[in-house]
Design a protein around this ligand. Structure first.
Ligand code: GLN
Length: 453
């Protein structure tokens, strides 16, 4: 098939099916066909990359030149980015075809994709259920086979949890492995771009494009990038898997435990050894995250002021009225909640008690992992406490929603890479196995995922 034929086919699928899933915010039909045509020409001229002509789609958090970049918010519902994020730029460079921009929780805050200004996203496995969040559009689009792979971001689980809920492979790389330039910031010390795909091989192929140093992001690490695909077939003989006892708690359902334990037994058959470990500060991860992430978001979102870009209220009376009403009308409820929590935690009288304390706890959590990786090569756990829940089930209770992140969030605080891969079903819904790696050990994660798949 030519890329134009392939692109036409995918666009047709999106048109026929996405009214059910709502996974796309913008479908860039014309641009996609133009990119496909250029890719076909490039292939004919003999200078094609692996990716040349392959369709892909991007979470609407990545600035895309000339295309609406909404971040799932009314605040940016009129924002056409004037430049490309580095991640977008890299895919353009190799000739990938972008089909459009994917739905997400507003400013990446959420675990169910119910916080989007563009409406909730349906899980293709059961359309009454959530696809997970915040990268719910990326996950639903790949799971529904509307696109073979999608970019996504993960601040506290937003790649791994949707992967688990939609039966996909999700990779959140080490903090600093992929450039955040042009990726709209939620919590800058936690945010990282990654992939949602059907399997580890596709993730490796995406990482070969995305990973690497970028002078435009001062937190992007200047370290050699391996060929991730070349490492997929290494043997797992002798691999030591750590099972943190705090992640296999009694309140995790027997069915969930069973699926994860079965997967680990498969790893033993592949030659791996299993060892129980302890990450004693695990219970502090959610409280620390829900101070640090809102604190950073309150600073990052202060740029959305109705003056420079984005939504502006009608007929402002003066500058204060303009700020107040633009932000009051432009942000959704969850975003406002986080800005308030964050501004409070950072305020003069409370900074030491909340923000500073949370940062200290963060170091303890990181140290737990550093100690654990002296004994084991990889850590495994469930990705989520339950399979996908019903839409509306947790919307009235933000704390119940935050508890969804219990197994994913510590990694972001530590900056470590993590993956979720499908490992069975509970109640006919997919379940995820989480793989946690040491710093810059994405190759090992992808290798381990590929051997299981
Ligand atoms: N669910 C978490 C939150 O709402 C994680 C979101 C994310 O990783 N972007 O903050």
């Amino acid at each position: 098939y030519s890329s134009v034929e392939l692109t036409q086919h995918m666009l047709q699928r999106i048109e026929q099916l996405d009214s059910t899933y709502n996974s796309f915010i913008t479908v860039t039909q014309q641009q996609a066909l133009a990119q496909a045509k250029a890719a076909d020409e490039r292939r004919a001229a003999g200078n094609a990359d692996f990716w040349t002509g392959v369709p892909i789609a991007h979470k609407d958090i990545f600035c895309t030149n000339g295309v609406l970049t909404s971040c799932g918010s009314k605040m940016l519902s009129n924002f056409v980015a004037p430049y490309d994020a580095t991640v977008i730029d890299r895919f353009n460079h190799v000739g990938a075809v972008s089909l459009g921009k994917l739905n997400m929780d507003e400013f990446a805050m959420g675990s169910s994709n119910e916080n989007s200004f563009y409406g909730a996203v349906a899980n293709p496995w059961d359309t009454d259920r959530v696809p997970g969040g915040s990268s719910g559009g990326s996950a639903a689009a790949v799971a529904a086979r509307l696109v073979p792979g999608a970019t996504a971001t993960d601040t506290g689980g937003s790649i791994r949890q949707p992967a688990a809920f939609c039966g996909l492979t999700g990779l959140k790389p080490t903090y600093g492995r992929v450039s955040r330039w042009g990726m709209i910031a939620y919590a800058s010390s936690l945010d990282q771009a990654g992939t949602l795909t059907r399997n580890a091989e596709d993730a490796a192929l995406m990482m070969n494009v995305m990973a690497g140093f970028d002078a435009k992001d001062s937190t992007c690490v200047d370290q050699a990038v391996p060929d991730y695909r070349a490492e997929l077939n290494n043997s797992l003989e002798g691999l030591t898997i750590g099972l943190p006892k705090e992640y296999f708690r009694d309140d995790l359902s027997a069915d969930m435990q069973q699926q994860v334990r079965n997967a680990i037994a498969e790893y033993e058959k592949l030659g791996a050894k299993v060892k129980e470990i302890s990450l004693p500060n695990t219970h502090l991860a959610i409280p620390a995250y829900y101070i640090i992430a809102p604190a950073e978001c309150s600073a990052n979102l202060s740029r959305m002021d109705g003056v420079r870009f984005g939504y502006r209220c009608d007929d402002p009376q003066d500058i204060n009225d303009l700020y107040k009403r633009s932000r009051g009308e432009g942000f959704g409820i969850e975003v406002k909640r986080r800005i308030m929590v964050g501004a409070y935690a950072l305020s003069a009288g409370f900074y030491d008690a909340y923000y500073k304390k949370a940062q200290q706890v963060r170091r303890l959590i990181k140290n737990d992992f550093v100690e654990a990786f002296k004994e084991v090569d990889i850590i495994m756990s469930p990705t989520t406490p339950t399979p996908a829940f019903k839409r509306g089930e947790k919307t009235a209770d933000p704390v119940a929603m935050y508890l969804e992140d219990i197994f994913t969030i510590a990694l972001n605080l530590a900056g470590l890479p993590g993956m979720s891969i499908p490992c069975g079903e509970v109640d006919q819904l997919p379940v995820g196995l989480q793989l946690i790696g040491n710093y810059f050990d994405e190759s090992r994660l992808l290798n381990a995922a590929h051997q299981y798949q």
